[in-house]
Design a protein around this ligand. Structure first.
Ligand code: PHE
Length: 350
């Protein structure tokens, strides 16, 4: 027989075999099917036996088609055998076990930093603050100069700065990644009139070696209040209320003198440890009973003057905090690097 006819024959055989396989619904009929189609004396074998009588070209062609058909039929047979055993095990009932637990669908969540930022903003919005944002690439002018930190002032060492590769007309590096959110105090006072009550969440950057408590990129939340007759009592009351909202109504607060060039007097605020509570000291508060959570102070009259505000009429207070640090305290996280290393095992806990 010629090669072409055999190819037709083998294709027809494949089709018929698959139809017959569908109909074979018992062990016995499956076995009969196997013998008659792919067995040693079966239909496929008898076609392939004719290979040697063909021209070498036809032989190669038919050989390869024959192999494919053989594999297909063998595989289909194995599948049919398997599904027969399966349905036998379920006594002919459909093989769906409705008592099996469903597949778990993992749900996306807000990043812990986003969650804590929202909590902080909510606390201050409730006290009448307005939320604004500012640029992360900043001028020296706003980040330092206007905040009473002139060039060569030793206080610049408090902020290890990442400078942008750019020089102004005086060939000075004047552009940087903001090292804190305080430059927004200046931008806000420049552009608006008191009464001011604003909150500035945003990313900051420092040229810093990374460790468990330092990251070179982190968030800050800045607060600024300016009006006539604002006093240190307003600062204390506002921040006390904030601490109670975030850390519980029993919190006590402690203010101690601290130095920041743009506030006078400056203070650092701590809350009593919510972990050991009775002040005996634990790991969270490093044995002191107190946890420092932010820097604050009365806006330095020099800063007000530099922006054209008369300090004998207007006074104000400002504060700045690290939301990651607040989240670490609140949720007992001991390494700041976890926030931005994208480990789902960490992120899915919040
Ligand atoms: N900007 C200061 C810092 O980065 C924090 C601060 C803000 C202190 C406002 C006082 C007032 O450390």
């Amino acid at each position: 027989m010629a090669g072409n006819d055999l190819i037709e024959e083998i294709k027809a055989l494949e089709q018929n075999a698959l139809i017959a396989l569908d109909e074979a619904q018992s062990k016995e009929s499956l076995e009969e099917w196997r013998i008659s189609y792919i067995g040693r004396k079966g239909a496929l074998t008898s076609i392939l036996r004719q290979l040697p009588s063909l021209t070498p070209e036809d032989r190669r062609l038919l050989g390869s088609i024959g192999n494919k058909v053989k594999t297909n039929l063998e595989q289909s047979f194995a599948n049919a055998e398997q599904s027969l055993t399966k349905s036998a095990n379920t006594n002919g009932n459909p093989s769906v076990d409705v008592t099996m637990p469903g597949r778990q669908i993992s749900i996306g969540k807000l990043h812990p930093t986003t969650q804590i930022l929202r909590e902080i903003c909510d606390a201050f919005v409730g006290m009448g603050f307005q939320v604004v944002e500012g640029p992360e690439v900043e001028w020296d002018h706003y980040n330092f100069e206007k905040l009473n930190i002139p060039k060569d002032h030793p206080a610049r060492d408090m902020w290890d700065t990442l400078w942008i590769d750019y020089e102004n007309d005086n060939r000075e590096k004047s552009m940087l990644m903001r090292t804190h959110t305080s430059p927004m105090q200046v931008r806000i006072m420049e552009n608006s009139q008191p009464p001011l009550r604003v909150l500035v969440p945003g990313k900051c950057y420092r040229y810093e070696a990374t460790d468990a408590t330092h990251e070179s990129q982190f968030y800050q939340v800045e607060g600024l209040v300016v009006d006539q007759g604002i006093t240190f009592a307003n600062l204390k009351g506002t921040l006390y209320e904030f601490a109670r909202l975030l850390f519980g109504t029993d919190r006590k607060v402690r203010f101690r003198v601290d130095y920041f060039p743009f506030v006078e007097p400056g203070a650092e605020m701590a809350i009593d440890c919510f972990s050991c509570s009775n002040g005996e000291g634990c790991r969270v508060c490093k044995g002191t009973g107190w946890i420092e959570i932010l820097g604050a102070g009365m806006v330095n009259p020099k800063v007000l003057e530099g922006l054209g505000y008369d300090p004998s009429i207007y006074t104000g207070f400002a504060f700045g905090m690290g939301p990651e640090r607040i989240a670490m305290l609140k949720y007992g996280i001991d390494d700041i690097r976890l926030f931005y290393s994208n480990d789902v095992r960490f992120l899915s806990q919040f």
